[in-house]
Design a protein around this ligand. Structure first.
Ligand code: PMP
Length: 366
């Protein structure tokens, strides 16, 4: 037993299965152009900011009391927003979709259980899986980042996963899944199927949401977030739609009063501004399509994107390109398969800075 000085993480009796693990860590750097975490570049309007402040002032007078434990008004508003004839009992909300996913793992995963995902995909899926003591099975996607149905069915038959993650549109590739793939996987999966639709609102015309499958699939879950389309990443509000039995099951693990009264009123207020907020989404989708076309025109390989980010390459030394962009004040993300980089779609000004920096960096490799 030494002194507190020099005491390190390694000296603590941390759970054996957590030893040596690295935390999630997208860099949070102060840069002129932050295009690395798929945030929405458009801050709330003055009108929305004022409405948020009024809402918070109202609930401030009642903060001596616990919030509505069931977040009933908010869940009803989210159900109405999803526009699929959903009842409040079919919607659940938590602090970011990450917390929604963690609660799902706490209910349907755990020791002796398995979750499966199709990689490359969202890095938090395996992290949340393993932190809850669940085993992770990663199945590779095809060369064009879609899911091969036969390979998926084989892997499901072999591992009998308790949870299957389908991310659509997928992060970091931007790939959306055809409804048929989701339906076929749901038909053979022995447990729960979670469709992570964090980027749903950015889908291109004709790409469907899995919400329409819910009435026929009681073990299907669609998770969403207000972090992206609603430009509310700082508010931490994620939600899901599923059979009411799934929402009942989640009550077993959710902490009492997990969603603060402040979070609830902030999310409700943002939902009242959906029209305004979704208008900016349309602009971002157009900016995304223009970026994909520009990158292809300039000889880069680009994955089709239904999201608010674009994965492009391929670079012999992607770390050097990433660093070169950062030297020009542009922070993007070094994720995905070797040789690829991911850039978040920003404002026209941000995209112009990105394009200029990319041309400089790749014309004159560092
Ligand atoms: N799912 C996917 C696929 C994501 O990319 C993200 C955020 N990067 C999340 C879930 C989590 O978002 P949040 O917790 O902010 O809702």
């Amino acid at each position: 037993e030494g002194t507190a000085a020099g005491f390190r993480l390694e000296d603590l009796p941390v759970r054996d299965d957590l030893r040596g693990k690295a935390p999630y860590g997208a860099p949070q750097l102060e840069v002129p152009y932050a295009l690395n975490t798929n945030e929405n570049p458009y801050a709330p309007s003055e009108e929305l900011a004022a409405a948020l402040a009024r809402g918070v002032a109202d609930v401030a007078r009642g903060l001596n009391r616990y919030p509505d434990r069931d977040a009933t008004r908010l869940r009803a508003a989210l159900a109405a927003y999803l526009d699929h004839d959903l009842d409040v009992r079919e919607v659940w909300a938590a602090n970011g979709s990450n917390e929604v996913l963690q609660q799902l793992l706490q209910v349907f995963g755990g020791a002796g259980r398995t979750a499966m995902g199709f990689e490359p995909s969202y890095s938090m899926h395996p992290i949340i899986t393993e932190v809850t003591g669940t085993a992770w099975v990663g199945v590779p996607r095809t060369a064009d980042f879609t899911i091969d149905l036969d390979a998926a069915k084989d892997a499901i038959a072999r591992h009998r996963p308790d949870i299957v993650f389908l991310t659509s549109p997928n992060n970091p590739t931007g790939t959306a899944l055809p409804l048929e793939v989701i339906r076929e996987i749901a038909a053979v999966a022995p447990g729960m199927v979670v469709v992570d639709e964090a980027y749903a609102e950015f889908r291109r015309e004709g790409t469907p949401s899995a919400l329409s499958l819910l009435p026929d699939h009681p073990r299907l879950i669609v998770s969403r977030t207000m972090s992206k389309a609603f430009a509310m990443a700082g508010a931490r509000l994620g939600y899901l739609a599923a059979n009411p039995a799934v929402v009942d099951a989640l009550q077993l693990v959710r902490l009492p009063y997990h969603l603060s009264a402040v979070s609830q009123i902030v999310a409700l207020t943002a939902l009242e501004f959906s029209d305004e907020l979704l208008g900016a989404v349309k602009q971002l989708r157009e900016e995304r399509d223009a970026l994909v076309a520009w990158l292809r025109d300039h000889g880069f390989t680009v994955a089709d994107s239904d999201a608010n980010f674009v994965m492009f390459g391929e670079f012999a030394d992607r770390a050097a390109v990433w660093r070169g962009l950062l030297d020009h004040g542009v922070l993007i993300r070094e994720v995905g398969p070797a040789g690829w980089l991911r850039v978040t779609v920003g404002t026209p000004e941000e995209m112009s800075a990105f394009r200029d920096a990319l041309l400089r960096v790749t014309a004159d490799p560092p």
